[in-house]
Design a protein. Structure first.
Length: 322
């Protein structure tokens, strides 16, 4: 997966005349600060900090959100949002992915505690669709927001990780109150990210939400530690991206956990079993790890001799439904 051409070109324009060595140093400092548990408001202090982050993290955020929105399109094909609220928006990679999935989006609102992030998002959005170019910018702390602006589609990508655990449920509840259609939560594909998604899922079910994906059921998650539900999306790295990260590979795999919850009025497609890991192919056939609509964890073997079923299984990937 690659960034949209307009967004890629906009980032390249922002990079003109900027020291690559300085960017690399900022990337290293930023990564260390995030690993230490600091928030974007404390880490992203000036424009070049935001640009360094966008260079190495915006592509991954975009890729994960685009993959999640593809699942939303499959689960609720008739859903056509007109408004988007992107909280913890950062440089707005998730909003670009949303507009790619639903070109009919007409109104976009960004909420973030970091002014440099919002300013960079606005600069980059000049190369995007009118909804992005005309987005409303709101600077604020998610935990201090009394009521979020209402929207058909509400997105919080890589945002819950920056909120104290004791306050996450209240933020998710506030996002659900603001949601008039579908709420999308995206987190790092780590056990901690999955735990945040699982806690949000429990709260949203109690509030009457309908889980669109990845779960094909509303029962308790069948996974148990050390296993956890997460997925992966491969994305291309630009030359500057590779230099900033000190990496040689022209791609990386972004691992993420997510949840899509819908209001009862959103029409949904029939549920189907979800592939929870990369299929394992051998000479006898293919093994699939599945989460099933009845809430069970199942390993399904598709033998090579069953040619129609085997042909279908060969086309399946991690995260697909069957």
């Amino acid at each position: 997966m690659e960034l949209p051409a307009g967004l890629r070109a906009a980032i390249e324009r922002e990079l003109e005349g900027v020291s690559r060595r300085d960017l690399g140093e900022r990337v290293a400092r930023t990564s260390e600060a995030y690993r230490a548990g600091r928030t974007s408001a404390a880490v992203i202090r000036e424009a070049d900090d935001a640009l360094a982050y966008a260079l190495v993290r915006l592509p991954a955020t975009y890729a994960a959100c685009a993959a999640v929105f593809a699942q939303a399109l499959a689960a609720a094909p008739a859903f056509r949002p007109r408004s988007l609220l992107d909280v913890g928006a950062g440089p707005a990679g998730g909003s670009w992915a949303a507009v790619g999935a639903w070109p009919g989006l007409a109104a976009v609102t960004w909420l973030d505690a970091s002014r440099p992030f919002l300013d960079l998002a606005a600069h980059l959005a000049k190369a995007g669709a009118p909804a992005l170019a005309g987005a409303e910018l709101r600077q604020g702390d998610l935990t201090a927001t009394a009521a979020f602006p209402r929207a058909d589609l509400v997105l919080a990508s890589y945002a819950l990780a920056e909120i104290a655990p004791a306050r996450q449920a209240a933020v998710v509840g506030g996002l659900w109150d603001a949601c008039e259609g579908v709420l999308a939560l995206v987190e790092p594909g780590t056990p901690a990210g999955y735990a945040r998604i699982l806690a949000a899922r429990e709260g949203l079910l109690e509030a009457g939400g309908h889980i669109l994906a990845p779960c094909p059921h509303h029962r308790a998650c069948p996974l148990s530690p050390p296993d956890w539900c997460h997925f992966a999306q491969r994305l291309a790295r630009s030359r500057d991206h590779r230099l900033a990260k000190g990496a040689d590979a022209p791609f990386e795999d972004e691992k993420y956990a997510y949840l899509l919850a819908a209001r009862p009025g959103v029409a949904t497609a029939p549920t189907a079993a979800r592939v929870l890991a990369a299929p394992r192919a051998g000479k006898p056939g293919i093994d699939l790890k599945l989460c099933t609509p009845d809430g069970r964890l199942e390993t399904r073997f598709v033998p090579r001799r069953d040619k129609p079923a085997y042909a279908n299984a060969r086309r399946l990937g991690w995260g697909d439904t069957i």
